[in-house]
Design a protein around this ligand. Structure first.
Ligand SMILES: Nc1ncnc2c1ncn2[C@@H]1O[C@H](COP(=O)(O)OP(=O)(O)OP(=O)(O)O)[C@@H](O)[C@H]1O
Ligand SMILES: [Mg+2]
Length: 743
């Protein structure tokens, strides 16, 4: 079995004792080594799976590792802790956070919840959020937590700096409010775990004894808090194996500290350092391109990657006039390759720098009938209906979460107004009790008057649901809530397309709850309401990828870390987009550009067989037409590796500006000093066959029902389709929005 590894990989697998750093380039089998190493520990070294902890970047990677290990060892895989940093910490805190004065059934706040809370706090502190933004406070707090800085330390660091002192005050209030709501934000998960270990020697000892073997993937992206967590846990047995690639460190904006990997040998002086140099993922052409780019970064650990995979095809480089044409080309290229039998849809991935770029592809794919899946973007769990129902569940599970209670108390309408809510809140604050407990004693709140009678049915409803939660499964509980509140009935009455989409989302949530129960049953774990909420809170977008389904995958470069695809399209490779404009004009542009370059390296090395790089001369960004040059990163790729025309352009001068603000203005006014041109049309869709229906066909529209297609003409950017609907008569619509289906 270990014959499938090369000698260096074997060495890394067999070196089970003491600190080990595996530092290696993309696709060299780092993740594979961790998996085999875990198997080896159990099979050959007789280590109890219970004593192993592996930390991966996504829940998906964790799932894969568990799967591979169960194939390898056949037993015990379920008792290894393989999960992300956040899930690991949640599991620890669920058992022990009571030692820090929280309830073990704490709630986890997502960014929406954080913002709501922050709004409240700013209001209370009389801070004008038009001048001082909630986001800015939250970012400052998040960075502080990445660095393990609590409000006290923050305040000490703020001496003589008014702005920071204001932030310190907000931070203190924010933590107090979280505590009162028995809630943690994402950054707290790590920080509180470290705090727990520091505060409680008994708990620390328990976990040190338990996790005698610790492994961490994507180590280059750990931040200070995560490092401290790992260091503390590993300090007793020192069996710590971390793998990473300094060239793939792309999360500086989230506090990733590249020195964690560069200084590993300082922190663990007797560390064994192993380098892997053979790449198993990509062709030599793709590797040469990646090397051509990354070698322009300074201060990196030199690595020589090679492969036996052969030269492979050249990289397809294409520059288009407009972003529409770019999207059109990629859609056609994918269709061509799928029809030729070279690839399935799921072998193809489109990677881009910003989420906004997905829209054009989405439109193209809808028109062409290409199945696709966008990873990231608007998160399922951020949708109103989903949040509402989750807040019902949260209220039932942990009524100390004031935000959740306040969100749903008048959804659907119960005639409880803002004044009433404020009075309840005042009462809760004055008596230092939770909002929900104040509601329970509403009769005693004299200021409420008759409004108290409206609150009573709500409290009774929640109380009855709480007793039900003890016997019903999560999916049944959800159905019950929906039924009794009339949530879906109300949407049905609305009878709009949007309402229908919301109902579909709700169905999806029920399916997820049912799936959760199934998984728990398979693993022999109890399916609890808090367990479900915890899982929901931690779902990273990337985990929604389903490999059994055949669709093209669209995602940002950041979420592509660790993944691989036979055919990769790097879209929007333009200076100003990638590297981002912000990085070009930043005060520390050199460092920012190096970070962007690492991101380019990550992107290129996701490709196994074919890589296409595309860009457009003009595109709309936030409503403005931008004229961009080919990305400097493309120019760093040796020319002979590229096929397609590379145009020679006149050198452009970057806007020279004294300050960042000034630079922004220059950029806005005159993008690289080129004349404004009208945008071109959508390119040449050419063949309406891609719509999946033609004139004379019967089609169905979500809202208008069935009808007959009378006419299809090519409008500027889209097809205009005229349909005679049975119920509502003749309507003209754009194909990409109408989403008509042939019946
Ligand atoms: N010894 C080997 N023989 C054959 N294939 C291998 C070997 N080692 C790794 N691979 C394959 O090479 C590909 C890349 O491996 P893996 O994902 O482990 O690399 P990685 O170093 O973790 O990459 P990244 O830096 O992108 O995370 C995978 O498809 C893996 O199965
Ligand atoms: Mg990997």
């Amino acid at each position: 079995m270990y014959e499938k590894l090369n000698n260096m990989q074997k060495e890394a697998v067999f070196q089970t004792e003491g600190p080990v750093l595996i530092l290696a380039g993309a696709g060299s089998g780092k993740t594979r080594v961790l998996t085999y190493r875990t198997g080896y520990l159990i099979e050959e070294k007789g280590v109890n799976p219970y004593n192993i902890m592996a930390i991966t970047f996504t829940n998906k990677a964790a799932g894969e590792m568990r799967e591979r290990i169960s194939e390898q060892v056949g037993y015990g895989a379920e008792s290894i802790w393989v999960s992300t940093f956040h899930s690991t910490c949640v599991r620890i805190l669920r058992r022990h956070i009571d030692r820090l004065g929280f309830d073990n059934n704490f709630t986890i706040y997502d960014s929406d919840d954080q913002k709501t809370l922050m709004k409240d706090i700013c209001k209370r502190l009389e801070i004008d959020t038009k001048i001082y933004k909630e986001r800015t406070f939250l970012n400052a707090i998040s960075s502080a937590k990445d660095e393990l800085m609590d409000p006290v330390a923050f305040e000490l660091s703020a001496v003589g700096d008014y702005n920071r002192q204001r932030q310190a005050k907000v931070y203190r209030e924010y933590q107090a409010a979280l505590k009162k709501n028995n809630a943690l934000d994402f950054d707290d998960l790590i920080m509180k775990t470290v705090e727990l270990f520091r505060a409680d020697a008994e708990v620390l000892d328990y976990y040190q004894e338990r996790f005698r073997y610790i492994m961490v993937d994507e180590y280059q992206d750990t931040n200070t808090a995560q490092f401290e967590l790992i260091r503390t846990l590993a300090s007793k047995y020192q069996n710590l194996c971390v793998v990473g690639d300094d060239d793939q460190s792309i999360y500086k904006f989230r506090g990733a500290n590249i020195y964690n990997i560069l200084n590993f040998e300082k922190h663990f002086p007797n560390a064994r350092v192993i380098k892997l140099e053979q790449n198993y993922r990509s062709t030599q052409t793709i590797l040469d391109a990646a090397n051509g780019v990354i070698k322009n970064n300074e201060g990196r650990k030199e690595k020589a990657l090679w492969t036996e995979n052969g030269t492979g095809d050249k990289i397809d480089f294409e520059q288009f006039d407009t972003a529409y044409e770019e999207a059109d080309y990629i859609a056609k290229d994918i269709r061509k390759k799928v029809e030729a039998g070279d690839y399935q849809y799921k072998d193809c991935a489109i990677l881009y720098r910003t989420n906004a770029q997905s829209r054009l592809f989405e439109e193209r794919f809808v028109i062409s009938g290409i199945p696709y899946k966008i990873v990231g973007g608007v998160n399922f769990y951020a949708r109103k209906e989903i949040k509402d129902l989750l807040c019902y569940l949260k209220t039932i599970d942990n009524a100390r979460d004031d935000l959740a209670v306040r969100r749903i108390i008048n959804v659907p309408k119960r005639g409880i107004g803002a004044t009433t809510l404020n009075r309840v809140q005042e009462y809760a604050d004055a008596h230092d009790i939770s909002f929900y407990n104040a509601l329970r004693g509403a009769e005693e709140i004299t200021t409420l008057g008759r409004a108290a009678s409206k609150i009573k049915p709500f409290v009774m409803f929640i109380q009855s649901m709480r007793s039900k939660a003890e016997i019903l499964g999560v999916s049944e509980l959800l159905r019950d809530i929906i039924e009794q509140t009339g949530y879906v009935t109300e949407l049905e009455a609305e009878d709009t397309e949007e309402a229908k989409a919301r109902i579909e989302n709700i169905d999806e949530l029920i399916s997820k709850a049912a799936a959760y129960e199934d998984v728990c049953e398979e693993n022999g774990e109890p399916a609890s309401l808090s367990g479900f909420l915890e899982e929901v809170a931690l779902v990273a977008d990337i985990d929604s990828l389903d490999e059994d389904q055949d669709y093209v995958i669209l995602m940002t470069l950041h979420s592509a870390k660790g993944l691989e695809f036979p055919q990769v399209y790097l879209a929007g490779m333009e200076d100003g987009l990638f590297p981002s404009y912000m990085s070009i004009v930043a005060d520390d542009a050199a460092a920012e550009l190096e970070e962007e370059r690492r991101l380019a390296y990550v992107g290129i090395t996701r490709a196994k067989q074919n890589l296409a790089i595309t860009c457009a001369k003009q595109r709309m960004v936030r409503g403005e037409t931008q004229y961009n040059k080919v990305s400097r990163f493309v120019k760093e790729i040796p020319r002979e590796l590229l096929s397609g025309a590379v145009r020679k352009e006149k050198e452009h001068k970057e806007p020279k500006a004294a300050t960042y603000q000034q630079a922004k203005q220059i950029f806005r006014a005159k993008p690289y000093g080129m004349p404004q041109k009208p945008e071109k049309s959508f390119g040449t869709p050419g063949n309406p066959a891609s719509l999946g229906y033609q004139e004379g066909d019967r089609v169905r529209h979500m809202k208008f029902g069935e009808g007959t297609v009378q006419n299809i003409v090519q409008g500027g950017r889209d097809y205009e389709v005229t349909v005679d609907f049975d119920k509502v008569g003749v309507k003209k619509m754009f194909a990409s929005f109408a989403k008509l289906k042939k019946v």
